[in-house]
Design a protein around this ligand. Sequence first.
Ligand code: GDG
Length: 456
Amino acid sequence: MSRLIVVSNRVSAPSDPAAGSAGGLAMALSAALRKYDGLWFGWSGETCETFTGELKTEDRAGVTVGLVDLEAQDVDEYYNGYANKTLWPLFHHRVDLTAYERSYGEGYERVNRRFAEVLAPLIQSEDLIWIHDYHMIPLAKELRRLGVRNRMGFFLHTPWPARQLLVTLPFHRRLVESLFDYDLIGFHTEEWKELLADYVVAEAGGRRLDAERLEAFDRTTRLGVFPIGIDVEGFIAARESTLGRRTYDRMAASSAFRSMLVGVDRLDYSKGLEQRLEGYEQFLRDNPDRRGQVFLLQVTPLSRDDVDTYQDIRGRLDALAGRINGEFADMDWQPIRYLNRTYRRDQLAGIYRAAKVGLVTPLRDGMNLVAKEFVAAQDPEDPGVLILSRFAGAAAELKDALIVNPYAREELSDAIKTALAMPREERMRRWEGLMQAVRASDVGLWRDRFVTALKG
Ligand code: GDG
């Protein structure tokens, strides 16, 4: 049986799977690595004075993990630079926030070369190699250069950008060409997949051989759609756990008969948080009779705080939440509880369950797992309503949500009103459709579909 090698910028295999802190993706990949006797390779998160390529291996609950340290300049140019200041904003259609620095691109290629040099000697001839996300696009090219002939698959967790925006990137052609060193390229949705095909045909003179296969740069590759999901049974178990139930009770008690709206998002400009708060503010303006009867719990852990655009948006959100609370709060009611902290997964499940409305309103998002977690956490007999942006990959599957345009404040306000007034029968009917879709994309199925396609 062939081994599986998983590569991602950060390795999230948990040391103690029972602790319940690891996400579904980490658990699903770890389970596959135990089954296939594989290796999970990536950056250690540590810096070193001079790059040595020394591999640090660990056993994490039966999963072999291989980690390398990077130089500070590498982290600056590859991770904070090209990954987080160039590709992330560009792939989320924020050319206004995209850094077009040549040194970032050079650092990105250098680090991918370094990763390849450490990884190549570890690869055996039958290994399947599965590389994750935008940090690693040129890794297959670098591995091929070192003579690696194995099957290699790439999965993109973000959207693929429209051609008209991708061409603003210097060396865009070089980036896309390096994708053709993979045997299989996976996306969350048909839309992201088609955007890559469009670029290849219109910009790189390529052609489609059939619905799946593309030819360009004298090579062919296969594209596929593999919508990621959550560990559905694991999430239901988290909801039913002691801490899940206790958190639900705590939220129910602190709500004091008020309806809770919930949002859970990393602090990131792609998540539409400012627009969400403005939509909620509009709702409070439009519906004075509802003031004092609802509140928004917004859980927003900080992320990428080393990058200045993230510090900027953090400041704007602090100000916006403060202004809305200052304007609308009463002595015994605050419209927004805005928290920059994380909770355990079982606590999150309890929080989702206590909410009447889930607000998932990104401006552009590869998939969005919070939408699926919210659905899985609901009480089937009295479920809450999901308000979902049409620009989340999840909208392609979760058609029974209230689908909104997150840029339109009044539309969000109307959707909140509709959700809060929705009769129970309609909520149950919608939830059943949503839950069916959530089950159909369980993270274990996602993983198996990708690995099977890669083997094929
Ligand atoms: C990328 C793509 C794609 C959040 N706060 C807490 C917490 N979280 C967890 C959520 C959820 C995860 O983080 C976030 O996943 P998303 O899918 O919403 O978004 P990204 O982080 O941007 O992920 C995205 C994903 O990759 C997978 O392919 O769906 O489109 O951007 O699971 O629950 N978890 C805990 N405490 C928190 O406070 N434990």
